[in-house]
Design a protein around this ligand. Structure first.
Ligand code: ZN
Ligand code: ZN
Length: 404
């Protein structure tokens, strides 16, 4: 059997006053999810381990069988993955800001007035080559951006040029070890060249005319190396694919060598076409043995603090499962869970364990009517994230016996 893993991002929640004390999953009308859960096994999963608040990056790494404590190399590389830049193992990546720096090199605004427009044009002008090093720069939301260096002899062992405060001078980048010398030199050169380019840029000329803070400098911090993930197929002995609109998740899957089946037109928000994603997953499973589908809308509604929107989005997922998956239920292992909880009452990720069901032909039946955070407690499963691939592979009869 083949395996379909559906991750409704940030699925887990807490009771909401907007839903009469129920969680979004509990309140949602979701006959198809409830049917599969009732006829399969359910339980709770701690994405990393109990009490650890997961990021989407660390939990997806863990679910795919990678030790996040080993392969998560910091926010620089993973935010750069999330920016959509196509990274390669060994690249050095930083989190960056557009900032306003005066003629004396003093930081006046670390966020360039939380600049909202024109950052795409500014970012494009900052892709360059210095010596034998290629430099990629990509805008993010507001003043945020990602800076990536690709070349030989580079290292993340350098200081930040972001002073983390205002009204002080932008410091030079200093190597923190011998290994960091070349990287520090390239970064200082990049800073100087980017100052010239940004000062002369049309976007900033216009800001000058309107007396708005100029985005005339780049501050960067938190450098890390893009990890070399062991290949998914070599690791698990099966071919893997993925469907994800958010580039953080697709970036991780791509680093693992998984095949991209993401259909055009998916948005990574609550207006996404869930049915198109599931259809693409079923098609992808003709080619590979395992497909991960990330559906982001639940996390977005969680961060918005909107329990009703989260409930309605779960209902949308349920409808798509009914259309696309119920007919496939006897030929697939279908697993449904979240990568962490994003309680609408917190508007942030929490360490609350996440409900999960696994359904396949001939599986045990836990028999609970409504699949939710509370009923999951009474089910068969109690997992940590790094158990998940083992469970899915053994459910699909793809695992080997441990011992004789
Ligand atoms: Zn997430
Ligand atoms: Zn989130």
């Amino acid at each position: 059997m083949k395996v379909l893993l559906i991750i409704a991002d940030g699925l887990g929640d807490r009771p909401s006053t907007d839903l009469g004390g129920m969680t979004p999953l509990e309140a949602a009308i979701k006959p198809n999810i409830d049917y599969l859960a009732r006829n399969g096994i359910i339980g709770l999963i701690d994405p990393i381990s109990p009490g650890i608040i997961p990021g989407s990056d660390t939990s997806h790494l863990t679910y795919l069988g990678y030790d996040a404590y080993k392969y998560y190399t910091g926010r620089g590389p993973f935010e750069a993955l999330g920016s959509g830049l196509k990274l390669e193992p060994g690249d050095i990546a930083f989190r960056a800001n557009f900032a306003t720096v005066d003629n004396n090199g003093i930081v006046r605004d670390r966020r360039a007035g939380r600049i909202r427009s024109g950052t795409d044009l500014l970012a494009k002008s900052l892709n360059m080559r210095i010596d034998d090093v290629d430099i990629f720069f990509k805008e993010g939301i507001e003043h945020r951006a990602a800076l990536v260096l690709r070349g030989d002899g580079l290292s993340p062992e350098v200081s930040d040029n972001d002073p983390h405060e205002e009204n002080v001078e932008v410091p030079n980048v200093i190597p923190l070890s011998k290994k960091g010398e070349k990287t520090a030199r390239i970064l200082n050169e990049f800073y100087n060249r980017s100052r010239e380019i940004l000062n002369a840029h049309e976007v900033n000329k216009e800001k000058r005319e309107r007396s708005l803070p100029e985005a005339n400098a780049i501050l960067f911090r938190g450098g890390g190396i893009v990890p070399e993930l062991p290949n998914f197929e070599l690791k698990h002995g099966i071919k893997g694919g993925f469907i994800a609109a958010v580039s953080l998740v697709s970036g991780i899957c791509r680093l693992a060598g998984m095949k991209n089946f993401t259909p055009p037109g998916v948005t990574g928000s609550t207006d996404t076409n869930v049915a198109a994603k599931l259809k693409a997953a079923v098609n992808g499973l003709k080619e590979v043995d395992f497909v991960l589908v990330n559906i982001k809308g639940t996390d977005i509604a969680g961060h918005d603090g909107n329990a009703i929107k989260k409930k309605e989005f779960i209902e949308k997922i349920d409808k798509a499962i009914g259309e696309i998956l119920i007919g496939e239920k006897d030929s697939l292992v279908i697993a449904f869970t979240g990568d962490h909880s994003t309680p609408t009452s917190l508007k942030e990720h929490s360490s609350d364990p996440v409900p999960i069901f696994v359904h396949y032909k001939g599986s045990r039946r836990d028999g609970f009517e409504n699949f939710n955070e509370m009923s999951a407690r009474g089910g068969t499963l109690r997992l940590r994230g790094n158990d998940l691939m083992n469970l899915l592979l053994s459910s699909a009869n793809l695992a080997e016996k441990f011992g004789a």
